[in-house]
Design a protein around this ligand. Structure first.
Ligand code: PLP
Length: 390
């Protein structure tokens, strides 16, 4: 009997042990044992065997987390990593060779930008950036050695959105691997594989955890691609800890209901703040004046839990806003049940020049709100009183 994704997120679970536990068990073990020397020999002779050897390679609790995310994303298989960055870096290292070229949206998470611009060139891998608001510019960037195209949609922190289906068909035409970071939407809101992406990855640290406790990453897609990634991860070691997998797998049970509430709260705030006199604009994927509203409606079931706005007072105004907050947390994480405010220009991105910030969509007074699960009026009231002081 086929089940809805909401049910799979709750019911897909490691087979019950003899202890008859109800909640999923945690296999907090580094290695696994064998019944004979022959069995152990066979396990090492063939690295495609479906057998647990060592938790850097595989672990039942980690497998449960992978199976759930793969089911929600509509993927054949997946592989989990210790962090989102490990998922991104492992993907690049597995599928790119010396002399290859990668095309990426310029609006990507800061550490992804660092990998693309600082580390990949060290190994002879070049990159080209395109503007998420000008997808028509992508085709001109394609070279004979272009192997991979990378986007975040919605992007962090600019909330730019790209038509996954149209980028996927361009990638198919040119035989390019299309990788989507689906961290902001989560599989509860958007499934990029359905629209033709080859691989989907996540920082599970964000909405998948949902309570700011553990770090994690995951990549899902076709079996043949995941097998290559798995071998890279198994041998180089950025594997997910079983404990983190247990936390994340339990979190998936509430992912759909949380994302609905994050999005409802975010839409309420976005609509209410839209006309505020201290703001030059408010951006949220499901606001009709979002530049890619129609695309967002097509590929996302709701607008997600992140909104941004621009304080008219610039960098100083943004700093004053953060300092005036009474309830919202001042931290760089996102995707938590607790609402979080960040001001990239005076904090995470303060080392960049204004031009460099502008190139990745960070304007001087940009505030990113990761909208939590508190009562929306309480979140709004804190933002309103802080805006008065900004
Ligand atoms: C869109 C996106 N991708 C990747 C990452 C990196 O994830 P992690 O911090 O789990 O390594 C982040 C972290 O903020 C992110 O926002």
């Amino acid at each position: 009997m086929s089940q809805h994704p909401e049910t799979k997120a709750i019911r897909l679970q490691t087979e019950q042990t003899d202890q008859k536990e109800h909640a999923t068990p945690l296999f907090l073990t580094s290695s696994f044992t064998y019944d004979s020397a022959e069995e152990m020999g066979a396990a090492f002779a063939d690295d495609t065997l479906d057998i647990n050897i060592y938790s850097r390679f595989s672990n039942p609790t980690v497998d449960e987390f992978i199976n759930k995310v793969a089911a929600l994303e509509g993927a054949e298989d997946g592989v989990a990593t210790g962090t989102g960055m490990a998922a991104i870096f492992s993907t690049f290292m597995t599928f790119l060779n010396q002399g290859d070229h990668i095309i990426s949206a310029s609006a990507v998470f800061g550490s992804t930008h660092t990998i693309l611009t600082k580390y990949l060139p060290k190994w002879g891998i070049s990159y080209s950036y395109f503007d998420m608001n000008k997808p028509e510019s992508i085709e001109k960037l394609i070279k004979p050695n272009t192997k991979l195209l990378y986007v975040e949609t919605p992007s962090n922190p600019g909330l730019d959105i790209i038509d996954i289906e149209s980028v996927a068909s361009l990638c198919k035409k040119h035989n390019i691997l299309f990788v989507v970071d689906n961290c902001f939407a989560t599989p509860a809101v958007q499934q990029p594989l359905q629209y033709g992406a080859d691989l989907v990855l996540h920082s599970a640290t964000k909405f998948i955890d949902g309570q700011g406790r553990v770090l994690g990453g995951i990549v899902v897609g076709k079996k043949e691609l995941i097998k290559q990634l798995y071998l890279f991860i198994r041998n180089t070691g950025p594997s997910m800890s079983p404990f983190n997998a247990w936390v994340l797998s339990k979190s998936l049970e509430t992912l759909f209901i949380r994302m609905e509430k994050h999005a409802a709260n975010a839409l309420y705030l976005a609509k209410t703040l839209q006309e505020h006199k201290k703001l030059s604009w408010v951006k949220y994927p499901f606001l009709p004046d979002h530049p890619q509203f129609e695309i967002a409606k097509k590929q996302m079931t709701n607008g997600g839990g992140i909104l941004t706005f621009e304080i008219k007072g610039g960098v100083e105004g943004g700093r004053n806003f953060l300092n005036a907050l009474k309830m919202l947390s001042m931290t760089n994480n996102l995707g938590d049940s607790r609402s979080i405010a960040s001001h990239p220009a005076s904090t995470t991105h303060s080392k960049l020049t204004e031009e460099e910030r502008a190139a990745v969509g960070i304007t001087p007074g940009l505030i990113r709100i990761s909208v939590g699960l508190e009562h929306p009026e309480d979140i709004l009231n804190d933002i309103l009183q802080a805006l008065e002081k900004s």
